[in-house]
Design a protein around this ligand. Structure first.
Ligand SMILES: NC(=O)c1ccc[n+]([C@@H]2O[C@H](COP(=O)([O-])OP(=O)(O)OC[C@H]3O[C@@H](n4cnc5c(N)ncnc54)[C@H](O)[C@@H]3O)[C@@H](O)[C@H]2O)c1
Length: 317
């Protein structure tokens, strides 16, 4: 048990992502109580039974298929409900469908008297996190999107293979939209304490091609996994676990999440992926990296694309 305090997590949407996260929560034992909510009540009930039968191999925990009233006493509500990408669909293609779903979900969460932290993973995650912040009326610190946490993890994994170094010693991040306009922050890649320039000749064309290819793999990872098996869920579940631990254990960890920009990086009034410090209050602060000019331009463009994508649906908020 990492935290002695009584805590409750509610998962809304026990599909592939939600149930993978629930299974990981049981194994990591990050909470005493876990509530599963899905519009498919049988799926949530089945998952609760299945997970309960694993408790004797883990440690005591209370798990049940519940209702929105259960959100009242929750520390953390994690939303993984909604449509996912079909093969060939981009994350932005899901906006209208999932905004309508979120309107009903967020309304019901807040009607319970909930006053904790909401973590959003449903795509397009930047737009839905912004919508959740608007629809809930919660302070911006209490609404966090999983943002580019998964892309960052994919990036660190591939860099670890490239340099043959433990991924935990790779410090690097992907910023921007969790989607096609995201960008690799090459200027802040560190392997141990060494920069990219210390390790490779960044002017060499072959090196540049290899690194660009590596980023393309990061950007297209979801498309590839969806082509192969229909959906991606294990790695995002692990990412949600990392965020949960940072929040419930008050870690002040720096992780790349989707958060409200209010002037940082010259961006305003949108949620987008950036490194930030997380603790039990939610999001403590956004870290403003000293980006290269090219990275800065790409980030601005990514922000503009998110705003343009939301514009036709703003009336729904
Ligand atoms: N943020 C990330 O990095 C990341 C990674 C992978 C997937 N995702 C996203 O997560 C979301 C879920 O993906 P999945 O593969 O688990 O999908 P899924 O279809 O397996 O599960 C979605 C679940 O949501 C439920 N649901 C739908 N509408 C609901 C409502 N109104 N109330 C309650 N439950 C509702 C469905 O019954 C289903 O069980 C998708 O939007 C997907 O794109 C995000």
């Amino acid at each position: 048990m990492q935290s002695q305090k009584q805590s409750r997590i509610v998962i809304i949407g026990t599909g592939a992502v939600g149930s993978s996260y629930a299974f990981a929560l049981l194994n990591h034992h990050l909470t005493n109580e876990l509530v599963l909510i899905d519009m498919n009540k049988e799926k949530a009930a089945g998952d609760a039974l299945d997970l309960n039968h694993g408790i004797p191999f883990a440690s005591p925990m209370k798990i049940w298929a519940g209702d929105y009233e259960d959100c009242r006493d929750a520390d953390l509500v994690v939303i993984t409900a909604g449509a996912n990408q079909a093969p060939g669909e981009t994350r932005l293609d899901l906006i209208e469908k999932n905004l309508n779903i979120f309107k009903t979900i967020v309304h019901q969460i807040m009607n319970s008297g909930f006053n904790g932290i909401i973590l959003v993973a449903t795509n397009p995650v930047d737009i839905l996190s912004y919508a959740t912040w608007k629809l809930s009326g919660l302070p911006k610190e209490k609404v966090i999107g999983s943002g580019t946490i998964l892309d960052t993890s994919r990036f660190r994994f591939l860099l670890s293979q490239y340099f043959n170094v433990d991924p935990r010693n790779i410090h690097a991040c992907i910023m921007g939209e969790h989607g096609d306009s995201e960008l690799p922050v090459w200027s802040h890649v560190h392997v141990g304490s060494r920069t990219l320039k210390d390790l490779v000749d960044v002017e060499d064309q072959n090196v540049q091609e290899e690194l660009n290819g590596l980023f393309e793999q990061v950007k297209n990872a979801a498309y590839e996994i969806i082509r192969l098996k229909g959906a991606t869920y294990y790695a995002i579940a692990q990412g949600l676990i990392r965020l949960t631990r940072a929040i419930l254990n008050n870690e002040n960890s720096i992780l790349t999440v989707s958060t409200l920009m209010q002037g940082q990086y010259g961006l305003d009034d949108l949620y987008i992926g950036a490194p930030a410090i997380l603790n039990q209050e939610g999001l403590r602060e956004v870290i403003e990296l000293n980006l290269s000019l090219e990275e800065h331009v790409k980030l601005k463009k990514s922000g503009e694309q998110l705003k343009e994508a939301l514009a036709p649906f703003r009336h729904l908020l």
